[in-house]
Unconditional design. Structure first.
Length: 254
């Protein structure tokens, strides 16, 4: 609603609510528009690296020549990896040029999917699952532990540029809830990784952060030593042997 108001009226609302221009963007409309800044405007040059230009060709080859616009999501993902975890508008424009569409066609994708970050993130972007199974298992405490340990708010970047904490909806590991994922942009697109850490606790996520800070690679997957992958804690309780065959194959003869 705020985006449709005149500038004078918007200023009056900010003054009444004592909102700064930045704070007013915390409303949901902030997800859907762009304001030029010194480090994010269409006049800044941006292009894929030589190595990524080869990846661009390979990605586009997966689609019919008259449907290369279908490559928009993997190309945006590659651009985000190259740019340290976020997408400036000039990178979106570069993708639009590659797939030969109007820039708005790329903007509408980048603003729709939460996987695309349109403001800077840390070299290690920590995403906490906030969907019901993880929430029941303590995801709010996980997020609180991360924010307190790093001294930031959600979506803020630590002063050293290493870490940021965000929220993502269900990542499909409900059986090993709660979980986080770590998008590692510390080595650019060449060394980019995206790993799940499951069965985490507030203490364990802090340990993972400190391991990453030291340049170590925490073992991904379940963090519960009593569990193997997604198996039950302590081992199987059923199906220890071969299942019994049916008494007969012909139901009419049984």
């Amino acid at each position: 609603m705020l985006a449709r108001l005149g500038a004078t009226r918007l200023l009056e609302i900010r003054q009444a609510l004592r909102l700064t221009p930045q704070a007013s963007r915390s409303f949901s409309t902030a997800l859907n528009y762009h304001l030029n800044t010194p480090d994010n405007n269409p006049d800044l040059p941006w292009e894929f690296t030589a190595a990524n230009k080869e990846k661009v060709k390979e990605i586009i080859s997966h689609y019919p020549s008259n449907y290369k616009q279908s490559a928009v999501i993997p190309l945006l993902d590659l651009a985000q990896q190259q740019h340290g975890g976020w997408l400036p508008v000039s990178a979106m424009n570069a993708v639009a040029k590659v797939i030969e569409v109007a820039p708005i066609r790329v903007y509408e994708v980048a603003t729709f999917y939460s996987m695309f970050n349109r403001s800077p993130v840390g070299k290690y972007h920590l995403l906490v699952c906030g969907t019901t199974p993880c929430m029941i298992r303590g995801s709010r405490e996980i997020e609180d532990a991360l924010l307190k340990h790093l001294g930031v708010k959600r979506n803020e970047v630590t002063k050293d540029g290493l870490f940021s904490v965000g929220e993502m909806e269900c990542m499909g590991c409900c059986v090993n809830a709660p979980m986080i994922t770590v998008a590692d942009y510390s080595n650019g697109s060449e060394g980019y990784t995206y790993n799940y850490y499951e069965d985490v606790t507030p203490k364990r996520v802090v340990e993972i952060v400190e391991m990453l800070r030291k340049g170590e690679k925490p073992p991904h997957g379940t963090q519960n030593p009593q569990r193997t992958k997604s198996g039950p804690e302590g081992g199987n309780t059923t199906l220890h042997g071969e299942p019994k065959p049916p008494p007969c194959r012909d139901l009419d003869a049984c």
